[in-house]
Design a protein around this ligand. Structure first.
Ligand code: NAP
Length: 251
């Protein structure tokens, strides 16, 4: 009997797959059998090489998701290069730090454009392809700040709280059309996105001290959740925001 986690014959698209969590998710989906399109502004040479070494196809679809791109053209590019689209992972994201009292409109717009606006319109373009082709899976990357307030990251918290709501809305609208929309909420993972926190000796110690697992997440810790939500094992899972956080939210 085939594994319910087998992604053979599926095409996945992952935004921001050249680095960090997106790269680890792309490689995990490929290891489960999927061909992968990497959507992003930086060439994902290492990701492409790793996925091809697994015997899967991998293509780069160049796009700056913060520059109001043509989302329909991005999805058409995925379908044109890899022959379909069954799984979309909206992973690309940025963060800007400043006290709320000083926070600029430019830092507000930059974060909301990549982390929320582009997620909606790329999901819409993907769903317009998936619905007439039998459905699919959309996985958004949320955050602990989809549940908590955080500090000095107002646009990031707004975007990730928005992702939690958007995930549930899209699940409600598209479940009957065969699309599962869910999110993964990573805890504290060691990537470029958290480099400033890791480098701050005091904050680093505070963070590790509050994580029951006692360590930062390794990007590879996200692979299992991504494969699960991308697979037929999750066919009856809708609108979930799944924490993968070493126990942070349980504390
Ligand atoms: P990262 O290492 O900084 O990677 C971010 C990715 O997003 C990169 O591939 C980046 O591409 C891409 N990206 C940023 N702006 C883009 C744009 N305008 N157009 C296209 N691609 C763009 O960060 P990460 O930690 O892996 O973060 C991945 C996701 O997880 C984000 O949504 C983040 O908010 C979320 N997250 C991370 C953590 C954590 O602890 N690390 C925790 C919770 C949630 P470039 O290399 O070209 O910039």
């Amino acid at each position: 009997m085939a594994s319910p986690f087998d992604l053979s014959g599926k095409v996945a698209a992952v935004t921001g797959a050249n680095a960090g969590l997106g790269r680890a998710i792309a490689e995990a989906l490929a290891a489960a059998g999927a061909d992968v399109a990497c959507i992003g502004r930086s060439e994902p040479a290492e990701t492409v090489a790793a996925i091809q070494a697994l015997g899967r196809k991998c293509a780069w679809i160049a796009a700056d998701l913060g520059a109001r791109p043509d989302h329909a053209a991005i999805i058409a590019g995925v379908v044109g290069k890899l022959g379909g689209l069954h799984i979309l992972v909206n992973n690309a994201g940025i963060i800007r730090r400043a006290n709320a009292i000083d926070f600029s409109e430019a830092d507000w717009d930059a974060v909301l454009d990549v982390n929320l606006k582009s997620v909606f319109f790329l999901s819409q373009a993907a769903a317009r392809h998936m619905i007439p082709n039998g459905g699919g899976k959309i996985i958004n990357i949320a955050s602990m700040l989809s549940f908590q307030g955080g500090i000095r990251v107002p646009s990031y918290t707004a975007s990730k709280s928005g992702i939690a709501g958007l995930t549930k809305l899209l699940a409600n609208e598209w479940a009957a059309s065969g699309i599962n929309v869910n999110a993964i909420a990573p805890g504290y993972f060691a990537t470029n996105n958290t480099a400033a926190l890791q480098a701050d000796v005091k904050r680093n110690a505070e963070i590790i001290g509050r994580i029951p697992a006692g360590r930062w997440g390794d990007p590879r810790d996200l692979g299992g959740a991504a494969v699960f939500l991308a697979s037929s094992a999750a066919n009856y899972v809708q609108g979930v925001i799944l924490p993968v956080d070493g126990g942070w939210l349980a504390r």
